[in-house]
Design a protein around this ligand. Structure first.
Ligand code: SF4
Ligand code: SF4
Length: 677
């Protein structure tokens, strides 16, 4: 069935709908054509439902606005009417024709091309089936700092059994070392982490293993098997998901001052104060009594309010209990937080000197003391203070185990060595592997409140995934024909989500459906053509591009497709010679498509992918780029100018970029055609 929508009359004004209707009716596979003035409205959806109930079509094409606007609504309506929604294809004749082709005739001709392409694909679509997968609801939490403890408590409250493993002999992590914590006010560790640990110990759902180390993780989301080493011997745990909350390492004092008895870090000072030292004799200064203490904050980056709060608390303590003079050098005093302003005022009233610097303070030795100099931005004066003890705020580094764990869990690290969370398409707590999540400072620097919120987000994500004993998933995943597979393992190496395993019985690669995110990368890399992505099969892809338009534009659905849509909504005109093909990831674009498109009459092919580091499927854009390079070499061998094939990166908001790239490419094609005569 084919439905043409006039979108409240706007498409009628821009193109010849009757002509389109007549054209569509003559296309192969089309048995029924109907126009409607607003298909996505209640009455439009009712018409759609009543028609498909009568005709029971094998496929449905709706020529209307962008699928990004209305696809879900149409799918839901089809589903209600008893038609599998996966047989729907939308021809976007609004954003890609009516709103960007000012010439009515050209808009109509382009709309015909889009409808023909949609029908070609739709005729080959298979109804996608749903499958229920039994899953284990238990969760492994790696790391027993404040984040891991909070994750465990949240999960236990949601009814999950939790295995919490910590490599140290006790829970609490760095938080337990702080004497005073800033967390929505000043609270002691006993009140915060201590209370949380008691709740963990009292919970019947949380099993804690301290001095324990994760050695191996096998399986997939819903059914992982973890091998853990504990003081009582090796342990095997079966879980459905894993949360990594391994925290951070605090860097020791670096440079010429490292090893000096007069220099320490905030965490070391906190530890000593926490141990209840009642005298002024601190281990680093023995046997002197401390008189002057200087803090230097914000040296590597602006520190969070936990650090500011700890430094202010410590300075008050040093002044009140020990009568020390205190100097705090910082770039900014962060007092935006419950109780911090009062803490700051109290420290000032007690005589703490705050120096706001922009250039790092210089530290030198003078007699038996240290001397800190800086330009105070508030007074504009150069200031200099002597101190017996210099305290640096620690900079946070990835925890020592991070690389080993990342390899073991097969998850990505970001360029800073923390677990990757810089992909704008993934939830910050999600990893590249379904069922493995990150929480807290193992993702990068954050304060305690942020870490607690992160823990709740990670626990919530796990619960959304494993809330029930079963996960229902559409099988619109990759599938492998074991008879064609030659076990080259390309797919295993390619899959960004580790969703491919070896089926030893069949001696072939096999897709882990629950973990597959339907990017299509593996299908394009398989030399035996044993892999097809359901409803983006090679034949369905090629059916859309035969005959090919002058310029074929492959658009990644996460970046270029929304950018093209935005160009449509902004009504920025571009060449009517360009036709868009939507792909789940640029990595789905097979080398054979690129060559075939030229055989089918394309004069140029443009591949539009996400910006570097912004690919939803990790590195699909880079794979596409390599394939385009290869495609250009093949074109050269075929005596076709390689400049006719190009890849560009853009963002979902890049409407102007989209229009520019398309128009430039059309101009280039025309120039090359002219030169060729
Ligand atoms: S890439 Fe193809 S041939 Fe190679 S292992 Fe995977 S499915 Fe088999
Ligand atoms: S489609 Fe993507 S996620 Fe699925 S198995 Fe292939 S490469 Fe992995």
């Amino acid at each position: 069935d084919l439905f043409i929508c006039s979108c409240g009359g706007t498409l009628k004004d821009a193109s010849e709908l009757e002509e389109l209707s007549g054209f569509a009716g003559k296309l192969p596979h089309v048995g029924y054509v109907r126009t409607h003035s607003a298909s996505c409205t209640k009455s439009g959806l009712e018409v759609l439902q009543s028609e498909v109930k009568k005709t029971l079509p094998a496929g449905v094409v709706i020529a209307a606005c962008s699928p990004l606007w209305c696809e879900n609504r149409f799918r839901a309506a089809l589903s209600e009417a008893g038609i599998n929604p996966s047989v729907l294809t939308i021809a976007n004749i609004r954003e890609q024709c009516a709103w960007v082709c000012p010439d009515r005739h050209k808009a109509t001709e382009k709309a015909k091309r889009l409808i023909r392409a949609a029908v070609g694909r739709c005729a080959l679509l298979e109804p996608v089936q749903c499958q229920q997968f039994q899953v284990n609801r238990d969760v492994l939490v790696v790391g027993g700092g404040i984040t891991g403890v909070q994750c465990s408590l949240c999960l236990a409250e949601m009814g999950h059994k939790v295995f919490l493993i910590e490599r140290q002999p006790r829970l609490g992590g760095h938080t337990a070392m702080f004497f005073h914590l800033y967390q929505g006010g000043s609270v002691s560790p006993e009140k915060l982490i201590g209370g949380m640990i008691s709740r963990v110990e009292g919970s019947g759902r949380i099993k804690v293993f301290t001095s324990a180390k994760l050695l191996d993780l096998r399986g997939q989301v819903g059914a992982f098997t973890a091998s853990v080493n504990t003081p009582r011997g090796p342990l095997t745990l079966s879980v459905g998901a894993v949360i990594v909350a391994t925290g951070y390492s605090a860097s020791p004092v670096q440079g010429p001052l490292s090893g000096s008895q007069r220099v320490t870090t905030l965490i070391e000072l906190e530890k000593t104060l926490n141990e209840g030292q009642e005298s002024l004799v601190l281990p680093w200064s023995s046997p002197h009594r401390l008189r002057n203490v200087a803090f230097i904050l914000d040296q590597t980056s602006e520190q969070d309010k936990t650090v500011t709060g700890a430094a202010l608390n410590d300075s008050l303590l040093l002044k009140r209990r020990f009568g020390c003079e205190v100097y705090i050098f910082c770039k900014n005093v962060r007092v935006a937080g419950d109780g911090l302003e009062q803490l700051y005022s109290a420290a000032r009233q007690q005589g703490a000197v705050i120096v706001k610097y922009s250039d790092s303070p210089a530290v030198s030795a003078c007699d038996s003391k240290l001397c800190v100099q800086a330009r105070d931005e508030l007074s504009g004066q150069q200031v200099q203070y002597e101190c017996d003890l210099l305290v640096f705020a620690d900079s946070l580094l990835p925890q020592e185990e991070t690389e080993r764990l990342a390899r073991l869990l097969k998850v990505n690290l970001g360029p800073d060595g923390f677990y990757q969370d810089d992909n704008p398409w993934q939830l910050p707590v999600s990893s590249n592997r379904e069922g493995i999540f990150f929480a807290g400072c193992c993702r990068g620097e954050m304060d305690i409140q942020q870490a607690l919120t992160d823990a709740e987000a990670a626990a919530g994500s796990v619960h959304r995934l494993l809330g029930e004993d079963v996960i229902t998933k559409d099988l619109d995943t990759a599938s492998i024909d074991p008879d064609k597979c030659v076990l080259c393992l390309n797919c295993l190496r390619t899959c960004p989500n580790h969703a491919i395993q070896i089926d030893h019985e069949k001696q072939a690669a096999a897709v882990i459906e629950l973990a597959c995110q339907s990017c299509g990368s593996c299908a394009s890399e398989c030399p035996a053509k044993a892999i097809q992505l359901v409803n983006y099969t090679d034949s369905q892809m090629l059916a859309q591009t035969e005959p090919a338009p002058k310029l074929l534009v492959y658009c990644c659905e996460h970046s270029a497709y929304p950018a093209a849509d935005l160009a449509g909504r902004l009504k920025i005109p571009y060449s009517d010679q360009a036709s868009i093909v939507r792909v789940p990831c640029a990595a789905k674009i097979d080398l054979q498509y690129l060559v075939k498109d030229f055989e089918n009459g394309a004069r140029g092919v443009l591949v539009l992918a996400c910006h570097e580091d912004a690919c939803q499927h990790i590195n699909g854009n880079l794979r596409a780029s390599k394939r385009v390079e290869l495609g250009r070499k093949i074109l050269e061998e075929l005596n076709i100018e390689p400049e006719r094939l190009e890849l560009r990166y853009l963002s979902p908001m890049g409407a102007q970029d989209f229009v520019q790239y398309v128009n430039e490419m059309v101009q280039r094609i025309e120039e090359l055609d002219r030169r060729k005569g």
